[in-house]
Design a protein around this ligand. Structure first.
Ligand code: ACO
Length: 324
């Protein structure tokens, strides 16, 4: 039976850093408050002329190299973002051309911070149906370009990054074992596109409609339950228990969310890999960036079972259990 397996991952973060001292210089906040309430110390920020597709190309090239395939072997490029360069063309098409994936179809999708689990779930469907052999899933966001730097409740949270994975057909039974996606359509996190809505614009400190606004407390409550419960369900469906899981890589939004979710899961901190302190919340790329770091550090061995779990705007959630 054909399964879908991640055979290469890659991450990219831009050079420029906004540390907590910089955040103190632009809004009424403190290093102490940010660390105590979020766990974040630094965020990487794209250059003025560096956009989502530029970062996505860099992460994709690393994933392709690590997978040991050629760009021509890729059948499909899918890209998850909430900060596209263009409404059209899709960022995936720009990446497809830039990396030389000349035989690939390409499209974008939007599941906000749940984008990586959503992407590997989409890739798996194309692979197990026999339609495609190699799918590039890439998540990239320049959240800094959509951040309201007058709003201290959101601007301390976000950074920029890209993360990519090659998902390929596997016949050895390992790979993506189970996934679950969900949505509740709640407008607790918004950034407006064409829609005009005075009430929404009023909520923003800067009154700039394209910036991200969020009901922080409501999102936190949702996130803890969604991440813990979805993880448990995919583990159950896979016929596994938490004892079988070597590592959990959650969406890296806020240390308090991760910590509460871990407690609800009933696992210990040493099973969880975090990059939150140095990158903050980089949307859908949090999970693949952390995954590629964990792989590089040798923290994931062949045969290990790992859980990837995220939540985000939509509101959406997604969980996956994989055998590496
Ligand atoms: N520095 C100092 N004080 C602050 C800051 C700050 N950076 N931000 C908020 N405060 C203040 C508030 O104004 C409030 O003051 P008040 O009591 O005088 O009104 C006080 O701190 C408490 O505010 P809360 O919002 O209740 O603080 P909370 O403990 O909830 O932390 C936070 C806020 C960090 C935003 C938290 O709610 C959170 O992390 N929520 C989830 C965010 C998230 O995970 N989003 C993910 C999705 S993003 C995406 O999809 C792109």
């Amino acid at each position: 039976m054909i399964n879908a397996k991640i055979i290469g991952v890659g991450g990219y973060v831009p050079e420029k850093i906004y540390d907590n001292a910089y955040m103190e210089s632009i809004v009424d906040t403190s290093d102490e408050w940010i660390i105590r309430r979020t766990g974040i110390k630094e965020r990487h920020i794209s250059a003025d002329n560096e956009y989502t597709t530029d970062m996505a190309v860099k992460a994709s090239e690393k994933a392709i190299k690590n997978a040991g395939i050629s760009p021509e072997e890729i059948d499909l490029v899918i890209l998850g973002t909430v900060t596209p360069d263009y409404f059209t063309p899709a960022c995936a098409c720009v990446v497809q051309k830039a990396i030389g994936a000349e035989n690939a179809a390409a499209f974008d999708y939007n599941a906000a911070c749940s984008g990586f689990v959503t992407g590997i779930t989409i890739a798996k469907q194309f692979i197990v149906s026999g339609t495609y052999k190699n799918v590039l899933v890439v998540c990239a966001d320049t959240l800094s370009k959509a951040t309201d730097y007058e709003d201290r409740a959101t601007c301390v949270l976000f950074g920029d990054a890209a993360g990519a994975a090659i998902v390929s057909a596997s016949e050895d039974g390992s790979g993506i074992i189970e996934t679950e996606l969900g949505s509740d359509g709640d407008l607790a996190i918004t950034a407006l596109a064409y829609r005009n809505n005075d009430e929404e614009i009023e909520k923003r400190v800067s009154h700039k409609k394209e910036t991200i606004w969020m009901a922080g407390q409501a999102v936190m409550k949702f996130a803890v339950k969604a991440m813990a419960d979805a993880s448990r369900r995919v583990i159950d469906k896979a016929g596994l228990t938490w004892d079988d899981i070597a590592l959990v890589i959650p969406h890296q939004a806020n240390y308090r969310i991760v910590d509460s979710a871990i407690k609800r899961m009933g696992i210990t901190n040493d099973k969880v890999y975090l990059t939150l302190e140095k990158y903050g919340n980089t949307s859908a790329s949090c999970i693949p960036v952390a995954l590629s770091e964990a792989v590089e550090k040798g923290m994931i061995k062949k045969g290990d079972k790992i859980v990837l779990v995220g939540f985000g705007g939509g509101l959406t959630w997604g969980a996956a259990v994989l055998e590496w």
